[in-house]
Design a binder for this molecule. Structure first.
Ligand code: ATP
Ligand code: MN
Ligand code: MN
Length: 301
């Protein structure tokens, strides 16, 4: 007769495969959240995070000494990550290839955390063909004076207009100030076409309702408005990945939602790295099981 061994329940839960050093180091001074807690979070959500993020080139926001100390945005391997953080060669503008990163295993995610990573950002294309977009993302960036409910109603407006063009969309709160409205695409269109579509779409929103929306980069034009950041839709641009932690106070996370859930939400940062179990449970729910999945193409605009 075999008995299932009962683990030491007081021991840290994480990292059967990757050694996390300095687990007690405080990474988020607000709330005194540690590197160990961040690693435990990523270990718990790896299975729900990797289906979306695992097949894309990623960039990392690394803050080895904590979010209040020096942080940097890393696109390429400096040679120090080991085997679990993989490389995909991508052609730069000047014609030479650079090794971009991707992580498609829990150990890969945890290796990045061990190296001081807080945030994971990803391309809108898969490593199999980085020239073709597999999603549109409209990053809604509200001016400071606006309330979150203004962002929510703007997101619903985008859902409506994109829906009229035949595109199903899925919302995600960023853990920061805004919402991303995401339309998955079957990857057939090249980046210049996708960028042009996104730009013209954002300009059309502004033209129809200039008091509410702007597609202009200039900060002055954003006063009291929501900036439709269409520039996530160009080659090499990244957006924060679903379930990524954010390097902001109290370690909020980016959370995919159903449209129903977004309707009643009061904040874009109401979950944090303590909520891994809830995330895993939600991801299996009927409302979210199909999140980010749709076989669809860019319409003519
Ligand atoms: P919020 O809801 O607060 O706007 P966000 O994730 O949308 O959160 P933004 O500042 O609007 O944040 O978006 C910035 C985007 O630019 C990120 O999604 C990221 O992928 C990318 N980014 C962030 N930092 C850098 C950087 N140093 N260099 C290049 N791209 C970056
Ligand atoms: Mn944003
Ligand atoms: Mn933005």
């Amino acid at each position: 007769e075999t008995e299932t061994p009962v683990g030491d329940l007081t021991a840290p839960a994480a990292t059967s495969t990757v050694k996390i050093s300095n687990r007690e180091r405080v990474i988020f001074p607000e709330g005194k959240l540690t590197k160990g807690q961040l690693a435990d979070y990523y270990e718990a959500v790896a299975e729900i995070m990797l289906p979306w993020s695992g097949s894309r080139p990623i960039s990392l926001v690394r803050c080895p000494q904590g979010r209040d100390k020096k942080c940097f945005f890393q696109k390429h391997d400096a040679g120090s990550f080991g085997d679990e953080v993989k490389h995909v060669a991508i052609r730069e503008k000047d014609g030479h290839d650079e090794p971009y990163l991707f992580v498609d295993t829990p150990a890969g995610l945890l290796t990045c955390v061990q190296m001081g990573t807080i945030e994971f950002h990803g391309w809108g294309a898969r490593i199999e063909d980085v020239e073709k977009a597999d999603r549109l993302v409209f990053d809604l960036d509200p001016d400071e004076g606006l309330e979150f409910k203004d962002v929510v109603s703007a997101a619903f407006h985008l859902q409506d207009v994109l829906g009229q063009m035949g595109l199903a969309t899925f919302p995600m709160v960023t853990g920061g100030k805004g919402v991303h409205v995401i339309a998955p695409l079957t990857p057939t269109a090249q980046w210049p076409v996708v960028k042009d579509f996104a730009h013209r779409f954002a300009m059309a929103l502004e033209q129809a309702d200039p008091d509410r929306f702007t597609a202009a980069l200039a900060k002055a034009r954003r006063t009291g408005r929501i900036f439709i950041d269409y520039l996530r839709n160009q080659r090499g641009a990244t957006a924060v990945m679903p379930y990524s932690a954010r390097s902001r106070p109290f370690a909020p996370i980016a959370v995919p939602l159903s449209w129903e859930e977004l309707r009643d939400l009061d904040s874009p940062a109401c979950w944090h790295i303590g909520d891994a179990a809830e995330m895993v449970k939600r991801a299996g729910s009927k409302a979210l099981a199909q999140w980010g999945r749709a076989d669809q193409f860019l319409p003519d605009l």
